[in-house]
Structure formats: structure tokens, C-alpha cells
Design a protein around this ligand. Structure first.
Ligand code: SF4
Ligand code: SF4
Length: 155
């Protein structure tokens, strides 16, 4: 059985921290639909803006407001792309030292698999799940693939 580069351990660490969960227009639409709300009502209750970016709020415990201890994401089908893409973020794909650093925070990343496999599985995953974004003012930089990793149609 070959090694795989990532297997989520459901520790919840990636749902902790403020300001990291940036939502694109598609994310806002999907989350509002999942919650049964219109977009302005969802944003008023769940999000905050800074500059061009719209982010999910964190609760007093420092976790995303949708994180439930012992259960995980409370909006899993409606979660934003940045939650779906982790740990296959641009920086972790282009830089082996970033990949090494995240291993202390994310026990799902398998150091034994090596960075090259992390990159190839990660790029496959991002394309399979429609998580590759064009650069833009409201787009999280983490979701914009480095040019060297972008695939043309049919590749
Ligand atoms: S930090 Fe890693 S292992 Fe833990 S829940 Fe997030 S993705 Fe899964
Ligand atoms: S939306 Fe869900 S997966 Fe994303 S940070 Fe919040 S609890 Fe975690």
C-alpha cells in the first residue's frame, strides 16, 4: 500500500485562529444556502470584512464560530473552499520548508510520504474538487496555484 500525503485526524487545529477563513463569492453563496439564509443575513451573523476580504468570524474560544468541539465542522457541506483545500495551500505546495513546518500543527500531513508526493496528490485533489482559483482581490492567495503547477485542460 503506497503512502499517502495526507489523512485528516480530525483534531480541529485548522479551525482555530482568527481571520484565516476568507470567503469568495462562491463560498458566501454556498454557505448562505446551506444555512437557509440570504447572503446579507448570513454575512451579518457570521462574517467580518477587512479590506477586500470577507472572513468567517471566530468565537470567544478562538475557533471558527462553526467549529463544534468533539464534532468538527458544523457546516461541513457548506464550508468555504479554503477549508476544503487545506493543507494543499500554495505555500505548502511550492515550499518544502512550509510543508515541514505545518506538520507540527496538522497531524494529518504525513512526513513519510515526502514533499513531492504531497505536491502531486495536492494538485490532483485541488483540480478534482474545483479548488483552483484565479488571482483576484477577494481570493485567498493560498488558493491560487503557482504557475509551475497549473495544468492546461486535458493534462
Ligand atoms: S489540523 Fe490537519 S489533521 Fe487536524 S483537523 Fe485540520 S486538517 Fe485534519
Ligand atoms: S467552516 Fe468548518 S472547516 Fe472551516 S474553519 Fe469553520 S469549522 Fe473549520
Amino acid at each position: 500500500m503506497p503512502e499517502t500525503s495526507f489523512n485528516c485526524q480530525r483534531c480541529g487545529h485548522c479551525c482555530q485562529g482568527e481571520g484565516g477563513i476568507v470567503m469568495t463569492a462562491r463560498d458566501r453563496k454556498r454557505l448562505a444556502r446551506h444555512l437557509g439564509l440570504d447572503i446579507p443575513t448570513m454575512l451579518a451573523g457570521c462574517a467580518e470584512s477587512s479590506g477586500d476580504k470577507v472572513r468567517l468570524r471566530a468565537g470567544d474560544d478562538g475557533y471558527c464560530i462553526f467549529f463544534r468541539q468533539g464534532q468538527g465542522c458544523g457546516v461541513h457541506p457548506g464550508r468555504p473552499d479554503i477549508c476544503r483545500a487545506w493543507p494543499y495551500f500554495r505555500g505548502n505546495l511550492v515550499d518544502a520548508s512550509s510543508w515541514q513546518m505545518i506538520q507540527s500543527d496538522c497531524p494529518g500531513v504525513n512526513p513519510e510520504a515526502g514533499h513531492a508526493l504531497f505536491v502531486s496528490e495536492g494538485v490532483d485533489y485541488l483540480y478534482e474538487h474545483d479548488l483552483v482559483h484565479e488571482a483576484g482581490p477577494e481570493t485567498p492567495h493560498a488558493l491560487v496555484l503557482d504557475k509551475a503547477l497549473v495544468r492546461r485542460k486535458g493534462q
